[in-house]
Design a protein around this ligand. Sequence first.
Ligand code: CP
Ligand code: NVA
Length: 318
Amino acid sequence: MAANSQGVAAVLADLKGLDFLSSADLNVEQILALLELSRQLKSGERRIDLGNRVLGLIFTKASTRTRVSFQVAMARLGGQTVDLNPQLTQLGRGEPLEDTARVLSRFCDVIAVRTFAQQELIDYAHWASIPVLNALTDLEHPCQALADFLTMQEAFGELPGQTLAYVGDGNNVAHSLMLCGALLGVSVRIGCPKGFEPLPEVVNQARNLAVADASIEVISDPLAAVRGAQALYTDVWASMGQEQEQLEREKAFRGFCLNEDMLAEADPHAIVLHCLPAHRGEEISPGVIEGGSSRIFDQAENRLHVQQALLAAVLGGL
Ligand code: CP
Ligand code: NVA
């Protein structure tokens, strides 16, 4: 583990100028160095001033945490953010992505993109000459996973050997948790109804990346999935873009609410995580989200620290 500042800087130097499109874009040393830098930034041990660098935000979906944490992270690094809302730019009127990406590369130093198709993000990265960061796609949410494992590290110290159980939809958040967890040696169990499993190719990719005896399992019995786990995690049943499936999903996910009965099956010291926004009474009970095991608001805060570390790394500010 790259524990000191020089070791962290040496490891993160390799990320300068790179895109971050998937949790699998990083190796374990880079993830641990980012988590260590995040810890140093959070505690105030470390301050980084990048000068007047500019982050462009292209968000075609709603966002509170990701948008604001990127804005505040950039401000803390001495830089600025421009919000390139597609409804207010020529993107919304059909200007090609390849032109937008090349033009923005002349104005900005880094871009964060939230969109539907992963391929669109890959296309931005192809056409931009500056780093492109995944701020959520239908396939992955890798910045979220960094914050999630920082929160687990704060609770338990060492990560290898821990088990994270994710109960609910096998979605973008589940995909990034499997990939990032596998790299860190954390076993990840996905408890989901049949028909809502994570993509088999992502499960296989995570299994191939897994170190330190970490296992990646997909289980249809939610109580079996959470049994003995150190972290319990859930997310909405209908992600952005799936709103029309809400009622059908409410039926399919009956029995998958992260509630007190489920928490009782976990490790007695288990923590509860949720990427937010949450629907109380659907994927999580009001008592569990507000209960003593919940680290959900620390987790949300950690978005700021990991993204500040990531921005400093890709902008070469260490
Ligand atoms: N967790 C998360 O990405 O939240 P937002 O959709 O509010 O950004
Ligand atoms: N799976 C959710 C995550 C939101 C942060 C979605 O994509 O809407």
